[in-house]
Design a protein around this ligand. Structure first.
Ligand code: HEM
Length: 404
């Protein structure tokens, strides 16, 4: 196999064919275009996420670290554990529940804007808007979604290697920081129930986040929780609209949206791959990957590994190997028989916003259908519109009609 295959139009449209070849014949593949090693089999991807001492997340120092500043995502040390204990509790259990009303309000605002049209552009009018609106509101800045969207788009572009885009990203990040700055004051006021005040007040083992760390974490929330959730919602709608029996099932029983979300995260995960640096030489399938090498784990390929999932290419919300259990969803299952998807990662850096993203996707979808009725894809939208773009599975646009 030639590295150029991974950058071809063919790969973008049908990455599954390339991943199958890689899992079968090149389980460790050196990509000489990007100077990195790919791994694609389920067990190898699992080890990659779990063994943080060998596979270091310091890769993020060169991307998000440059644009938003230092955050927990690039740390493997105990500092990561402390920071995670400060920021993560707001996104689970009862504290997350308190954000449900806020999600509903954001969804209602968006639906009010398009409810009168016969068809909606689900990506531009809904999935790309909701996650940024929700994070703005969680930070206590509801209504600022439009402002943040512009900066965050440029910050994400600034993660690339291009000097010009990096500079744009840095400029956007500076504007973003100035906008956040006033919220870093008076955080002890009892009226403040927003996420910024909560993480500013939190103290774990005598440590608190500095103002710079709080601002950087806010930037990370948008970068990690914006485009990812956008793609997950759109991919889920693409899947249900292209599988009439699934659409019928979720319309009959709306508790099945959770299955549709999990199966989307397996079959067409928003994030396709993650990267790490090796901290020591790694022997794998007869190859020696040197210390300091960049390694890319293709989790979307791991989800299609037939040694783990039956008929892996089939989108099936009733599959027995979907594993919806909470322990699996939170990435902590130690039971080797319960192999879930890695769409939110696994282990130390497991996604902090996994339940928030699920809630946005499910609450948002249920509310749209309740208000607008039965959805269907505009005719010329059928076809292979879901593609591997950079490290995302994404659909450019979904024009959806509704019938009461
Ligand atoms: C469907 C939507 C989402 C997907 C697919 C997703 C995916 C991921 C993945 C794969 C990781 C692990 C990264 C790694 O190991 O290198 C991760 C980490 C993270 N995610 Fe998400 N994410 C989503 C939504 C969110 C949301 C809504 C938020 C917050 C509001 C968020 C915040 C984070 C943070 C802060 C981390 C870093 C955790 C750490 O380093 O300990 N994500 N996400």
């Amino acid at each position: 196999m030639d590295s150029s295959t991974l950058y071809s139009e063919n790969y973008r449209k049908n990455p599954e064919i390339v991943w199958e070849e890689m899992r079968n014949d090149f389980p460790v593949f050196y990509d000489d275009i990007s100077d990195m090693w790919w791994i694609t089999r389920y067990d190898d991807v699992k080890d990659f996420f779990v063994d943080y001492q060998t596979f270091s997340s310091s890769t993020y120092e060169l991307t998000t670290g440059q644009v938003v500043g230092p955050t927990l995502i690039s740390r493997d040390d105990y500092g990561h554990v402390v920071r995670r204990k400060i920021v993560a509790p707001d996104f689970v259990g009862n504290r997350l529940k308190s954000y449900e009303k806020l999600i509903e309000d954001c969804v209602t605002d968006l639906i009010n804007r398009f409810a009168r049209s016969n068809e909606i552009s689900l990506v531009s009018e809904f999935s790309s808007q909701l996650p940024v609106d929700v994070i703005s509101a969680i930070l206590g800045m509801e209504g600022d979604g439009q402002l943040f969207r512009q900066w965050v788009t440029e910050m994400i572009m600034g993660l690339s290697d291009s000097q010009e885009l990096r500079q744009k990203g840095l400029d956007a990040s500076a504007a973003f920081c100035s906008h956040i700055a006033p919220s870093l004051n008076e955080v002890d006021s009892p009226q403040r129930t927003d996420h910024i005040a909560k993480i500013a007040r939190a103290e774990i083992e005598g440590e608190r986040l500095t103002k710079e760390e709080i601002t950087a974490f806010c930037g990370l929330l948008f970068i990690a929780g914006g485009e990812t959730t956008d793609k997950a919602i759109a991919n889920m709608w693409w899947n249900i609209l292209n599988h009439p029996e699934t659409l019928e099932a979720v319309l009959d029983d709306d508790s099945l949206w959770t299955n549709a979300f999990s199966e989307t995260m397996r079959r067409t995960p928003a994030v396709i791959s993650e990267e790490r640096f090796t901290t020591k030489p790694v022997e794998l399938h007869g190859f020696e990957i040197p210390k300091g090498a960049k390694i890319r784990a293709c989790l979307a390929s791991a989800h299609l590994d037939p040694t783990v999932f039956n008929n892996p290419l089939t989108f099936d919300i009733f599959r027995p190997d979907l594993h919806l259990g909470k322990e699996n969803r939170s990435g902590v299952s130690k039971d080797p028989g319960r192999s879930g998807h890695f769409g939110f990662g696994l282990g130390k850096h497991f996604c902090i916003g996994y339940e928030l993203a699920r809630n946005e996707a499910i609450i948002g979808s249920q509310m749209i259908i309740e208000r607008l009725g039965m959805p269907s894809l505009q005719k010329n939208q059928q076809g292979p519109v879901i593609q591997a773009r950079n490290s995302f599975f994404a659909v450019e646009e979904l024009i959806v009609s509704f019938q009461k």
